[in-house]
Structure formats: structure tokens, C-alpha cells
Design a protein. Structure first.
Ligand code: C5P
Length: 341
């Protein structure tokens, strides 16, 4: 028996890099958002032993270094299962793209494996083995809008941003995440007046500030919802202004943009790859409510109020030779429904 699942991608709505920790990782604060772009992962368990990974894309490792291998190896032990696990990956997302493709594949493989074996780990157990394998895996066990703290592996579901149209550009540039973190360390050590000196207190101040921004934003979400519910029921509005003609997703996003949420990686990745800064500019000029690098890139996205403007922006980027697709963000219920559809 085999089980086929969708392995979705993520974008980062803001990413703040803090201090380098003694374990070699950086303290992070980010908001992950799952999107509809995906790979396909098929898992079967046969007679024998071992883990076999099949993928047509030569850039995907098929040995023990693949995140699918690492996490499935742990899952088989945890599930006390035996057999030869065959994982087939149909790659559609870019490799090393800032969209969490490999991490999503690994989580998808575990979810499919549990269905094949008709056995389940507890949710905390699943989160533990995912975090052991990589900082970007656990978010895919939550889906929708997710707060990531620690090294990004400590994840909390936050109220979902309503689904919104999104253009994802995937320039053919491989940005190394460890190198981008190292460049960030260099930047903050060289230019304390620009980025805030990365002494531990300064770095933790930056984290606290992100927490405040996020808390204010999440707080405004429920206020906006209350306003709109009142508006719908015809009662008088007071307090928080809700822009006329704007949907909730759009209002929330504009709110987020006003708080000044940013991806710190842009400061080290854009100077190195100016073409990525240009992609962001194209998206902004095309009317994106918010545009940003995702993770350490090279994927760069724009969030749009209308599908038509998004399609136009994607077409414009493709004309410039940059692969780009108009898609949508996925709320938590949509994410979980579509994985197994
Ligand atoms: O956890 P993951 O395997 O995705 O991390 C890849 C590399 O990125 C780490 O080995 C580390 O160099 C860097 N990293 C970091 N701080 C984080 C996450 C990743 O320095 N929070």
C-alpha cells in the first residue's frame, strides 16, 4: 500500500535574527505562513529493511543526508515498525529556495508513513523528531499562520491570516542559509550603528521588540474581526477604523506592514544578489501590499489584494526571465484538508 500527500511550501512574514547561541544556531523570531505551492510525496512500506529515496531532480540527495531519510528513520524507531520504506518525491518547488521545500517533504513523508502503517506518534513526539532534523520542519506540523521562536523550531499556531493571493518568484539562485547567517554576524559586528550591536542584551532587545510588534498585530486581528462582525450585523462602528471596501486579510496585512515587520536576511542577501532586490521592487510596483524575501531566499514573494494584479505581476517577472507563479496562502484548515485530498 502507498499513500500520496501534498508537501506544501512556506513563506516568512518577517524574520528577526538574534544572537548566535552556544549551540551554533541563531535565536530567531518569525511568522511562518503556509502557501499552496507544493511537491508530491509518496510513501510505501515493503518487505525488507532500509529507506530508499527516489527523485528525478538530481539536486535532491537520495542518501542519508536527505531530511526525509533522517526523520523517517527516527519515526520508524518511534513507531516500532519494520520494513523497507520507499519515499518518492515529485519535485516542483525550488531546491534551497527559502520555501522550506525539503523540510516540508520530510514532514509529509512522516504523515504519509503513519497512514501507511496505520500507526501514529503523539503530537509532541512528532514535533520532537521534526525539530531534531531541522529548524524548519515543525512548522509543517502546525500549518497556517505559525509563530516560530527559539532557532525557529519552537512553533505555536497563531490566529490564521485569511487566505490571500500571493506571487512567489523563484530566481535560479541558490542562497546558502548557513552562509547567510554568517554574513549577518559579520554585518552586525562591523556596522553596529546600522543593525544594533550583537551583544547579547542588544540581540535580546531585538527579540523583545519583535514580540511587541507581533503581539500588537495579533491583538488588532481580533479587534478588526469584531469591527467587521459588527459592520455585518449593521451596528454602529467605533474605535478601530476598518477601511471601506477592504477585506479582512487585506486590512490585517496592511496592519502588519505598518508595524514595520521585516526580514533581516534582506540586509545581507540583497547586497550580494541585487537581482533579488529588483524582484521585490517589481512586486511592490505591481501593487503588492507587502513584498519580501522568504527565509534566506532566493524565493521572494508579494501578497496582493486581487488575483488579477497578482497574475500580471507574475507574468511581468516571467517576461524578465524570473520564474514566478500566482498562488494563495493556506489557512490551517485548508492546509490539513489539502495534504490528504
Ligand atoms: O536547522 P537547519 O538544518 O535548517 O539549519 C541549517 C543551518 O543554518 C544550521 O546548521 C546553522 O548553521 C544555520 N541556522 C542558524 N540559526 C537558526 C537556524 C539555522 O544559524 N536558527
Amino acid at each position: 500500500m502507498s499513500v500520496t500527500v501534498r508537501s506544501f511550501a512556506k513563506i516568512n512574514l518577517g524574520l528577526r535574527i538574534g544572537a548566535l547561541r552556544p549551540d551554533g544556531f541563531h535565536e530567531l523570531r518569525t511568522v511562518y505562513q503556509t502557501i499552496a505551492l507544493h511537491d508530491i510525496v509518496r510513501v510505501s512500506v515493503r518487505r525488507g529493511s532500509g529507506i530508499e529515496i527516489r527523485c528525478d531532480d538530481s539536486r535532491v540527495p537520495t542518501d542519508e543526508s536527505n531530511t526525509c531519510y533522517l526523520v523517517v528513520e527516527r519515526a520508524m524507531v518511534e513507531l516500532k515498525a519494520s520494513g523497507r520504506v520507499v519515499i518518492e518525491i515529485e519535485k516542483r518547488l525550488p531546491v534551497q529556495g527559502g520555501l522550506g521545500g525539503a523540510s516540508g517533504n520530510a514532514v509529509a513523508a512522516v504523515l504519509a508513513l503513519e497512514r501507511v502503517l496505520k500507526k501514529e506518534m503523539s503530537a509532541p513526539e512528532r514535533l520532537r523528531i521534526a525539530a531534531e532534523v531541522g529548524s524548519d520542519l515543525p512548522l509543517f506540523l502546525v500549518g497556517g499562520t505559525v509563530l516560530g521562536v527559539g532557532r525557529g523550531e519552537e512553533v505555536y499556531p497563531v490566529p490564521d491570516l485569511p487566505a490571500i493571493v500571493c506571487v512567489v518568484a523563484t530566481p535560479e539562485i541558490g542562497v546558502s542559509t548557513p552562509k547567510a547567517f554568517a554574513d549577518w554576524d559579520l554585518l552586525v559586528s562591523r556596522e553596529p550603528e546600522v543593525s544594533g550591536k550583537l551583544t547579547l542584551p542588544a540581540a535580546s532587545d531585538r527579540m523583545v521588540e519583535f514580540g511587541r510588534v507581533l503581539s500588537a498585530w495579533l491583538g488588532s486581528q481580533s479587534q478588526i474581526k469584531q469591527k467587521q462582525d459588527k459592520h455585518k450585523s449593521g451596528r454602529a462602528l467605533s474605535g478601530v477604523p476598518v477601511s471601506k471596501g477592504r477585506g479582512r486579510a487585506e486590512t490585517l496585512l496592511l496592519d502588519l506592514v505598518r508595524t514595520g515587520i521585516e526580514n533581516d536576511f534582506e540586509q545581507v542577501v540583497f547586497p550580494k544578489y541585487p537581482e533579488l532586490r529588483e524582484v521585490k521592487r517589481v512586486l511592490e510596483r505591481a501593487g503588492a501590499l507587502y513584498a519580501s524575501l522568504s527565509g534566506s531566499g532566493s524565493a521572494t514573494y508579494g501578497l496582493f489584494a486581487a488575483r488579477e494584479a497578482a497574475e500580471k505581476a507574475a507574468a511581468r517577472l516571467r517576461t524578465d526571465g524570473v520564474p514566478a507563479t500566482a498562488t494563495t496562502t493556506l489557512t490551517r484548515p485548508q492546509y490539513w484538508k489539502k495534504i490528504f485530498d
